[in-house]
Write a protein that binds this ligand. Sequence first.
Ligand SMILES: [Zn+2]
Length: 351
Amino acid sequence: MYDLLKKLSESFGPSGYEKEVRDVIKNEIKDYVEEIKEDVLGNLIAKVGNGKKKVLVEAHMDEIALMVKHIDDKGFISVVSLGGWDARVLLGQKVVLRNYKNEKIYGVAGSKPVHLMEKNEEKEIKIKDIFIDVGAKDKKEVEKWNIKVGDVLVIDAHLTYLGKSEDLVSGKALDNRIGCAILIDLIKNLPNEFKDNYTFYFVFTTQEELGLKGARTSAFDLDVDCAISVDTSPAGDTPGIEEKIADIKVGKGVVIDVVQAEGYGLVMRREILDKAIDVLEKAKIPYQLEVGSGGVSNAAILYITKKGIPTVGISVATRNLHTPVEVASLKDMELAKKAIIELIKADVCKL
Ligand SMILES: [Zn+2]
């Protein structure tokens, strides 16, 4: 799983600009699926099997990113956020921009050094205070390098193991390349009998971070009996977070999303939740139940699409979510994959 996740994590995929991630995924799954297509919003939809029961398994491809808003005369670039950044974590990061020729342009997200700051100034940092320095002499040089307003950039970060761990990894965009990696691994290792009993639509969606958009259009076009959405959820197991605020932990098993955003996101139907718990207990798969206070995933859209799709939201607990140093457990990813297989076997969505 590590090599696959590394490839996905280090790919470039801001919301609406997911092509590189999509190409990596296409290449990984093309020999394992019967049909593969891309829809209007760029969602990648792969069909496997010819059975009666129709199951959608979904993960979003996009990552939070930045977009060029303005280039000043000295060649410094102002940006806006594409997705939920905390401006403080952007400061001092290396970034990589793609211009319209798809060339990689490296830069840094600079800020005023602490030496020059007034008291408390560092606490008030906003995205608009951040400037991207690509090392150009002036605006003309920036333009000569084919950088334009509207170009997108992400953090330049690489996936590594932490410490001497063979389980915990850290990098950017684990939200939600983790979900993509789980789906790819599942496609490659689908139990044989599944192909006769089910028709699977594996959907790699776009623009989740900007309002769950790809899930909306892709699910609308498919007629399915069950949806399983795979994403990451904020772990609360680091210093400074009270357990009563977030109690899911990295390395402690697959997360079932009971409700998201205190019910403003997914509200899992009690019957499906009870069945899911029963299935995981019987299969001895460690699991954690999450009642989320903030943040929603595509599950929130899938379950109210058309006449409603019975939906299970599955997550992998991730530390430092929406930062360039997200941390998650490969073991949890394996457990999530196993959980999906068991839930499908047990027809979890059947009411
Ligand atoms: Zn996500």
